[in-house]
Design a protein around this ligand. Sequence first.
Ligand code: AKB
Length: 316
Amino acid sequence: MSDTILILGACGQIGTELTQRLREIYGSEHVVASDIREGDADFLNSGPFEIINAMDKERILEVVKKYKVTQVYLMAAMLSATAEKIPLKAWDLNMQSLLHVLEIAKEKHIQKVYWPSSIAVFGSTSPKIDTPQQTVMEPSTVYGISKVSGEHWCNYYHNKFGVDVRSLRYPGIISWKTKPGGGTTDYAVDIYFKAKEEGKYECFLEEETKLPMMYMEDAINATIQIMQAPTENIKTRTSYNLAAMSFTPKEVAEEIQKHIPEFEISYKPDFRQEIADSWPQIIDDSAAREDWSWNHSFDLELMTKDMLSNIGTKNN
Ligand code: AKB
């Protein structure tokens, strides 16, 4: 039987590009996009779209049954910076949506689940350089708390009920098609748009704040690769560390200046600085590389070329 995929949160930064790629692979009619409201992206017309609130289990199940869905990618979430402003709402959204999907999988309505975790699971007591797959995890943000808890729920549903759930700890994801919202790593997207559109950028993190980052194309590849990997290769059922590059605002600004020499950056750190300071700088993702052959393609130089050549074209 061929797979039919449901994406919850398809209009978000990662959901948009994931939907497009999955439709290319599985065929548009086999990939149902959904979100809490209709987005304006063109891709929505290229296949089925349903309005779903990821906190409404009955509605998710209705759509699962309607399309005979076999896999769910749960991309709806509240990110770190927004979550700090409305912590209980963030907890409800990030946890309830996951538990609904895990329950639907436990009840055997679907066969496979993808759920993203984040580098936010780590806190200031975790090693900052080459942060291991397994280490101390004492996150200081509500987003991080929800991600650590979610990872343990995934592991629990796998061990107790045989649910095939797979997960990655995303670093900051950089893309030009759909902007992120409410994250601490968002500066690394905004900086490219402001460089192209205004020639200057005021950064909300300090110049030496190093964080793990990844270009969208690599993130999408990793996501689909872990979902397609043979079950026996998935040895971690909490979530895999995933890495590509690490840089500071100063380093990305210097890379942009190679293409736009007049580009200027200034720094005005806000509450997001404290969040960034609690996160790792460089992640060790050797488990993902060994277990299911993960490999990234984009470094800072390649990504910068690609970002600057796409922003401002008819593509966005
Ligand atoms: C955020 O900044 O909140 C996210 C993340 C690292 O999970 N991009």
